[in-house]
Design a protein around this ligand. Structure first.
Ligand SMILES: Cc1cc2nc3c(=O)[nH]c(=O)nc-3n(C[C@H](O)[C@H](O)[C@H](O)COP(=O)(O)OP(=O)(O)OC[C@H]3O[C@@H](n4cnc5c(N)ncnc54)[C@H](O)[C@@H]3O)c2cc1C
Length: 444
């Protein structure tokens, strides 16, 4: 049964997250953006308030929420600060490979700990030399008995500088590409693990981004999440569950931009009237509203699929791509409605714009989403329509004609008669281009 209504429990979760965002995130967002520092105390509050780590299964002491609930919470926090939302949700990204893998020892150890104690866990596939091409990982994992020895670096890692734990993707053999990729949980305190200085960024300055370094780091077999050959799939499965949430970030941020713009156009006057009275501006608001609604629907559908269907990859890509691109347009329109004030640091739009620009880059760029979607549409998608050659386009007589029907496979011209003509009278291709049309082919 199709139902677009949030349940009573989901509405309560939304209310709780909204309250958390308005009380603990919104008031400090610009300060931390200015100082370019991650507000760890806000993350700790999020942990204590139950709006972080919500996907840890109940068996490990977690809330066991689904992705729909995560999307609802994320929209609210991102509406207050996209950077802090990234920092909070990054724990779920870091934990997802542990949740999805079949290593019950690592699951029990780390998920139970993260559910109970305030711990930060990051996720690391990207390196300085590769991001989109996950099969091109260079960080090495050399087998040593049942253990692995890690050597190499990771770059762009959200919460990398403050993480207690790291899910790290490496390769046992770079020449094997996808088949060499493996994954591990690594602890920051282990010998040989270190992190770089925070990366100075254009936006999302309330989130920490840093490099990780591994020098002869011994990873015990209990910490192997995926052996070589299984790591790439684990990374892709992780993204299928986290991309809808990037969409939820975008919906929240776009919603705030629209709300601020609505408030502004009602107050601002030009040509002796509030600018809201100009229909061209009303139409902009209509389009912003429509884009946010569509994005939210796609995000919730993708999140629902992740909770209930075996493979949410396609919906996750659609949700991420649409929501993040729509958010950019919404924020750009909002800035336009503010006129010159929108371009200043005294109004909230410029931070939203800087913050949301990242959404089209991390967890698979918009181009990568297009690759996934075009791959699906061109190779996996099953069409409903029969081939065009079997459709009675341009036929003048009904299907039940007694005469034999021939179709030119070049231009579509239809010929009636016992034999095909020597050449097509329309495109002049020779007789061999004609296909005898068999009504039986289209009857089913
Ligand atoms: C603030 C921030 C936080 C991040 N957090 C994390 C994190 O926590 N963990 C993590 O592992 N990574 C993280 N990343 C890395 C992020 O996932 C990568 O930046 C992203 O995947 C793109 O990789 P790249 O930067 O190497 O770009 P590249 O892969 O070098 O791509 C450059 C450009 O080429 C395009 N391109 C590449 N291949 C193709 C193709 N086949 N067809 C068409 N276009 C293509 C891309 O879309 C892009 O426009 C973060 C990045 C940033 C900026």
């Amino acid at each position: 049964m199709l139902n677009f209504q949030l349940s009573k429990e989901q509405l309560a979760i939304q209310q709780h997250a909204r309250q958390f965002a308005l009380t603990h995130v919104l008031p400090v967002a610009w300060h931390h953006d200015n100082t370019d520092q991650i507000p760890v105390s806000v993350l700790e509050k999020a942990f204590r308030d139950g709006v972080m780590n919500t996907d840890i299964p109940k068996t490990f002491g977690g809330k066991g929420y689904g992705l729909v609930e995560a999307a609802i919470i994320t929209e609210e926090i991102s509406a207050a600060c996209p950077g802090i939302a990234t920092s909070i949700f990054d724990n779920s990204l870091g934990m997802e490979p542990i949740i999805l893998c079949d290593n019950s020892v690592a699951q029990k150890k780390y998920l139970t700990d993260i559910a109970k104690n305030f711990k930060i866990i990051c996720f690391a596939t990207s390196e300085a030399t590769m991001g989109s091409d996950v099969s091109g990982i260079r960080c090495r994992a050399k087998p040593d008995g049942d253990d692995y020895i890690l050597n190499g670096t990771k770059f762009w890692i959200t919460n990398g500088g403050i993480a207690d734990y790291m899910t790290v993707f490496a390769t046992a053999d770079p020449d094997k590409k996808h088949d060499g990729i493996c994954a591990f949980v690594v602890e920051k305190g282990w010998k040989g693990v270190s992190t770089g200085d925070p990366v100075p960024k254009m936006g999302q300055r309330c989130s920490n981004t840093a490099a990780l370094s591994f020098k002869d780091v011994r990873v015990p077999k209990e910490n192997v999440l995926a052996p070589p050959g299984k790591g790439f799939i684990l990374a892709m499965k992780t993204f299928s569950r986290t991309r809808p949430i990037i969409g939820a970030f975008a919906v929240g941020a776009a919603r705030s931009a629209m709300e601020f713009a609505i408030e502004y156009v009602k107050k601002r006057r030009a040509f002796d009237t509030p600018i809201v009275n100009f229909q061209s501006l009303q139409f902009k608001i209509a389009e912003m509203y429509q884009k946010i609604e569509i994005a939210r629907l796609l995000v919730l559908k993708a999140a629902w699929e992740a909770d209930h269907m075996p493979d949410p990859t396609v919906s996750a890509s659609i949700a991420k791509m649409y929501a993040t691109e729509a958010a950019w347009e919404v924020v750009d329109d909002a800035l336009q409605l503010f006129g010159g004030y929108g371009y200043t640091k005294m109004f909230p739009i410029e931070k939203l714009m800087r913050d949301i620009r990242l959404y089209r880059i991390y967890e698979g760029t918009s181009e990568v989403q297009r690759m996934i979607l075009s791959g699906h549409a061109l190779h996996a998608y099953k069409p409903v329509m029969p081939p065009m050659a079997d459709i009675p386009v341009s036929r003048q007589e009904p299907l039940d004609t007694d005469r034999t029907v021939w179709r030119c496979n070049m231009c579509g011209h239809v010929h009636y008669g016992d034999a095909a003509p020597d050449e097509c009278p329309v495109c002049l291709f020779p007789k061999t281009i004609f296909k005898k049309y068999s009504p039986a082919e289209t009857s089913g």
